[in-house]
Ligand binder design. Structure first.
Ligand code: SF4
Ligand code: SF4
Length: 340
């Protein structure tokens, strides 16, 4: 077994950051998220490897908030692509939890399967190495296990680290992981260490059968009640590690320009606004219903798993106190027979 002593952690991060852009969980001012290790300021930043989840997930490493796609020149109706912007530089996400690793697996499903390859995503993903941090003590808002995620065995990991007191157990899981292991050299030691047992979850979501049940609940009055306090602010989609809605826009000046894509949110009315003015999801209830049907039913029908990995971030961030665990349980318990 290989271990990394916590006393050598910063040295190890410096070593890994030599050959790749290294992203680590940091508390920075009033925010927390995955930031480049090269921007770490001792004294003002705080490394958050011991925290369960930082507020912003690492999705921007593989799916940036704004991403240039290509530049062009246009002469009359003729358009010439000048340059495309797939980003090939190596990156490492260090210390993401099982829920965030599972969310990147959902992105892989969307952008790389079903006969469709998104070359921009693929370029980033191929050049990204994932060092996942196994969880043994679920936080107050964690419910990943209920959504089919094993917190102690993160999927999609090239390396798994496990907190064993004074050391991290280091387990390489892929050829990318082997490269990191080799790069750390003698910073890793061969020693035995034991990971703790998994503690019980405080949040109890009962998702079993919910995807199937939702098929008959599109017009159910429950959506009016569940959406009543939603302000459609979109924060839940922004902090969610698995939300991937985007828009494609163009910026042009004269005959020059570039296309870019940027995050969008299904909670915004413009998201489905059509050119003629019609909006199939014109009110809050319809947008709210769509978000939860996508997470809990539609994605599951297409990819065999929900588009929620139980990270709990939307529960923390929602200004209206909307709690996805309560929503899942309300749907599970709803007596739809009396509404027929
Ligand atoms: S964060 Fe809460 S209030 Fe804002 S859109 Fe999401 S569910 Fe609605
Ligand atoms: S829907 Fe909420 S709990 Fe589920 S993955 Fe997204 S932010 Fe996390």
């Amino acid at each position: 077994m290989q271990i990394l002593s916590k006393s050598k952690l910063e040295e190890a991060l410096n070593q890994l950051g030599k050959n790749a852009e290294l992203f680590v969980p940091l508390a920075r001012g009033e925010e927390s998220g995955f930031y480049p290790w090269s921007s770490y300021q001792a004294g003002s930043d705080r490394l958050m490897l011991d925290a369960l989840n930082v507020l912003l997930p690492p999705k921007s490493v593989v799916f940036p908030q704004t991403e240039r796609m290509y530049s062009f020149t246009s002469t009359g109706p003729a358009v010439e692509i000048k340059e495309t912007f797939e980003s090939p530089q190596p990156r490492i996400i260090f210390g993401l939890r099982a829920c965030d690793a599972a969310a990147i697996a959902c992105f892989d499903d969307v952008f790389l399967t079903m006969g469709f390859i998104d070359s921009f995503y693929q370029a980033r993903r191929d050049n990204t190495t994932i060092v996942a941090h196994a969880c043994y003590e679920p936080g107050a808002n964690c419910f990943c296990e209920a959504m089919g995620v094993d917190p102690t065995e993160p999927v999609n990991a090239d390396v798994i680290i496990r907190d064993a007191g004074e050391v991290y157990i280091w387990e390489s899981k892929s050829s990318k992981g082997e490269k990191l292991t080799a790069a750390l050299g003698s910073l890793l030691e061969n020693k035995e260490a034991a990971a703790p047992g998994l503690k019980p979850f405080q949040q109890q979501a009962n998702y079993e059968g919910v995807a199937e049940k939702l098929k008959g609940m599109f017009e159910d009055p429950i959506w009016e009640q569940l959406a009543a306090t939603c302000q459609t602010c979109g924060i839940c989609t922004y902090v969610c590690p698995s939300c991937y809605c985007f828009d494609i826009q163009v910026k042009s000046w004269g005959e020059e320009g570039y296309r870019f894509r940027c995050y969008d949110s299904c909670m915004y009315s413009e998201y489905t606004q059509m050119a003629g003015g019609h909006n199939p999801r014109g009110n809050e209830r319809e947008r709210f219903r769509n978000r939860f049907l996508h997470k809990l039913q539609f994605f599951s029908e297409r990819y065999g798993k929900p588009l929620c990995t139980g990270c709990g971030r939307c529960i923390v961030a929602c200004p209206a106190g909307i709690n996805i665990v309560e929503i899942i349980n309300n749907i599970k318990e709803a007596d739809t027979s009396v509404r027929a």
